[in-house]
Design a protein around this ligand. Sequence first.
Ligand SMILES: C[S@@+](CC[C@H](N)C(=O)[O-])C[C@H]1O[C@@H](n2cnc3c(N)ncnc32)[C@H](O)[C@@H]1O
Length: 211
Amino acid sequence: MKMYNNLYKKCFLELKHASSKIISKYKRELNSETPLGYLQFYNPLYYMLKKYLKILKNKKILEIGYGRPYFLKFLKSKKTLVYGIDIIKPIKIKGIKLIKVDIEKIPQDLIKEYKNNFDVIIARLIFSKEYQRKYNKFQNKNLILKNLNLLLKKKGKLILQDDKGTIFTKSEFRKANFKILIKQTKVQMDDIVTKEKNKIKNTIMVLEKTK
Ligand SMILES: C[S@@+](CC[C@H](N)C(=O)[O-])C[C@H]1O[C@@H](n2cnc3c(N)ncnc32)[C@H](O)[C@@H]1O
């Protein structure tokens, strides 16, 4: 937790007072195609990955509800093996496997194919209280966590970034054999559209598959 805050603070401060040298460092590091404002959304995830995976190369990472696949593109540039699931029509990107699947209705053959496969699963702004409030999604939370558990390797990590917190409860995580490594932590970010400071309040948490 302390480590996370320190790393995040360092990264956030660097970006806040970014000199052109630092901006170009992050642009190179994250993805030259990514608009700079988006970098702050990815910093926490990037540091989590570095902390828990150490070496990103050849690690298998799945993003649920990838939307615009900027972060997956960045991960690909780090030589990770990247996969994405979303209900939108996948675009073709070399080296990234995007699959059109509803996370609540993953077909059994897909589960079989990718069982115990991923080092990390990332979900950004999908299993969020705010998303749930707007769209009333995800009726079967236990099934979703069960599927995520099946797809992760032993000791695989689940990283959640959410708007107004996660929809899952502690007991739902426990029941699905997830241990909380970093409990839900608030992160504040500037709104890149309105330019308001600390406007966006997200949370981050990290879990580990226990069995
Ligand atoms: C609020 S957007 C977040 C997009 C992206 N993760 C980001 O942070 O910019 C939520 C995403 O979840 C996807 N989604 C919604 N319901 C889903 C489901 N049942 N299964 C898989 N993806 C879903 C949406 O299509 C959308 O891309």
